[in-house]
Design a binder for this molecule. Sequence first.
Ligand SMILES: Nc1ncnc2c1ncn2[C@@H]1O[C@H](COP(=O)(O)OP(=O)(O)O)[C@@H](O)[C@H]1O
Ligand SMILES: [Mg+2]
Length: 347
Amino acid sequence: MSLPLPSACAATDANVDTGTDTRGAPAPLRIAIMTDETGWHTGRLKKAFRARRVEARCIDLADCRIDTTWEPHGLVLPGFGHGLPDAVFVRGIAGGTFEQVTLRLGILHALRESGVPVYNDARAIERSVDKSMTSFLLHRHGVPTPATWAGESAAFAQRVLMREAAAGRQVVLKPLFGSQGHGLKRLGSRSTPPRPLAPLPSLKPYSQVAYLQRFIDGGRPGFDWRVLVIGGRAVAAMRRIGGKGWIHNFAQGATCEAAELDAALAQTAVRATEALGLDYAGVDLIPDPRDAARPLVLEVNGVAAWRGLQSVTSIDVAAALADDLLFRKLPAQRGEAAVVALHGRHG
Ligand SMILES: Nc1ncnc2c1ncn2[C@@H]1O[C@H](COP(=O)(O)OP(=O)(O)O)[C@@H](O)[C@H]1O
Ligand SMILES: [Mg+2]
């Protein structure tokens, strides 16, 4: 998979080794960072890879192609000629039509099928983007998460709402593919006896899918946790306080502060990440008012941003991600014992 490299990229003994170039020097690894926008995150990633003498190039998945006449792989990635990268870091997949997104994910699947380590893998990203599959897998793996219902029947959703309201509980209606706290609606009343219920809102803005989750009251101002898991280890956590009422996303104005990673929080976040098969993830959790030692997982982000978290942690997140991809994922997939030493050049 390694390609001949221009002399400007000539490797040194500090490089991560993938073979040798024509002069016998090890050729540096080439990583494709899949992203539809370059900015702070891609800048940090490129810097981290550069510090490890690994070439990283940003590519938009929308510019990649399947081409069965393109030998030998049938896959075209801008900047890689007829070759493929040594590994792929998925930083962003732009929204689009169902067909466009299917094709973009298909490129990631095709890369995996061609033996390229994809971080996070497309299968795991698909599971994490679909909130209903996330809920199903969390439940299946015994990871604590609020009760959740997902289906296409508005009548069934209405019955769930009425049943929960009768028990004095509220539910949250979420877009199946939502992010950044957009489109969330809290439904039902907690007054006893329950007030007459407003009918379920139209599911049209929710693409005709009702994803309902039991509302967990965290009081005011309220907070949630974001825990970053990398390579099976919880590496950093923050509390997101306030925001838009009970919605504590950074994008909704929540303020971030460092949080202690106690055993329950760390273990729950790691188990959630494993349940979805992700290499790294940003896991959203809230305290269970019935059991403070048992946080509940709300969401597992497989294409997680970390700017907010980076502002409250001393860990270099991009460096930790680069190390995990280069020194765990890549050798594991290639069946190599190790890659060449980095001579203390870790960023
Ligand atoms: N079931 C719930 N109970 C209480 N708060 C919730 C619930 N679901 C979501 N929230 C709040 O809304 C935020 C966004 O929800 P989340 O499921 O993570 O969707 P998004 O993908 O939009 O971030 C959470 O971080 C939390 O603050
Ligand atoms: Mg979230």
